[in-house]
Design a protein around this ligand. Structure first.
Ligand SMILES: *[C@@H]1O[C@H](CO)[C@@H](O)[C@H](O)[C@H]1NC(C)=O
Ligand SMILES: *[C@@H]1O[C@H](CO)[C@@H](O)[C@H](O)[C@H]1NC(C)=O
Ligand SMILES: CC(=O)N[C@H]1CO[C@H](CO)[C@@H](O)[C@@H]1O
Length: 281
């Protein structure tokens, strides 16, 4: 009881701290429990991230100032999803990056299956989390099937055993990435521009849960955990460079399920743990 009271006072002060700061580049909000709670927030942070240092990168190049893959490849970037109460962000990051890139290539598979990685990738820990390098290596060696074949079932936090067949009884067909690479900040923009969304992991602080709009820059609160998403673009807003990323917390969180985060200084380690696969139908 005392703890709950304390937690809600703390959450309120995060929103006030962010919104009352005139130098803030983003707006915080208190979400209703239907969108996110502190417990769901913590349950979703399932990516093992490495320590990082904030360093500035030289991002000067010939690429445009603003880029949005949804405009570059209309109809090919698949909708925002919801991992619910499971630390499967790492699996959504990989499945959605694969799905978007396959869709850009003209394959007609729809969403790829995070459940396949949650249940079948023996090098990661299902709802208890995963490593980006493991998940990408697994996707190259074993592949990933479609959402139609293996729909998401772990929203409650329970992980069913790896099935032998698709839900309709047909054999599981998986798509392997042809190759994948770890990217530096410069390569992140080039990859996104040429081949579509990229998979990223970063360190999450408590104030991130309350993000509503603008360019996220950590303001207050300690480290809550590690998270993985996909970035679908970049740009500059009020002189602040940002990555445009797609979260897996449903469309009611952030900017229709997306967020912007400071670009070019390894903020929260966002430019230290990015991966891109080469795909083929
Ligand atoms: C069963 O599902 C798979 C994967 O979505 C699909 O390729 C296959 O055509 C389906 N089979 C039948 C008999 O509906
Ligand atoms: C993070 O980025 C910095 C700057 O480019 C680099 O020196 C460092 O090796 C990177 N660390 C990892 C783990 O990739
Ligand atoms: C490279 C690869 O694994 N391609 C497969 C992708 O999935 C389709 C069917 O869903 C297969 O026909 C391809 O061989």
């Amino acid at each position: 009881m005392f703890f709950l009271l304390f937690a809600s006072v703390l959450a309120e002060s995060i929103v006030e701290t962010v919104n009352n700061d005139p130098s803030s580049t983003w707006v915080a909000v208190e979400y209703p429990a239907s969108v996110i709670t502190r417990a769901k927030f913590l349950a979703r942070l399932g990516t093992y991230v490495t320590k990082y240092e904030e360093t500035s990168f030289d991002l000067d190049n010939a690429l445009p100032e603003n880029f949005d893959s949804r405009e570059q490849w209309p109809g090919k970037i698949l909708p925002v999803r919801d991992q619910a109460s499971c630390g499967s962000c790492w699996a959504f990051s990989v499945a959605e990056t694969m799905g978007d890139r396959l869709s850009i290539k003209g394959c007609d598979f729809g969403d790829m299956s995070p459940q396949d990685l949650v249940s079948c990738d023996t090098t990661d820990m299902g709802c208890n989390g995963g490593y980006m390098d493991h998940a990408w290596a697994w996707t190259k060696s074993h592949g990933i099937t479609t959402e139609k074949c293996m729909p998401y079932q772990s929203g409650s936090g329970r992980v069913p055993a790896c099935p032998a067949k698709c839900v309709n009884g047909s054999a599981i067909v998986r798509n392997k990435s042809v190759s994948y690479k770890k990217l530096n900040a410069q390569q992140m923009m080039e990859e996104l521009y040429e081949n579509g969304p990229i998979s990223v992991a970063f360190t999450v602080y408590y104030d991130f849960m309350n993000y509503k709009s603008g360019v996220y820059v950590h303001k207050t609160g300690g480290i809550a955990g590690g998270h993985a998403v996909l970035c679908v673009g970049w740009g500059v807003e009020d002189n602040t460079p940002y990555w445009l990323c797609q979260n897996s917390w449903g469309p009611a969180w952030g900017e229709k399920g997306h967020f912007k985060i400071l670009r070019g200084s390894n903020h929260c380690g966002i430019e230290n743990q990015s991966y891109a696969p080469e795909v083929q139908c």
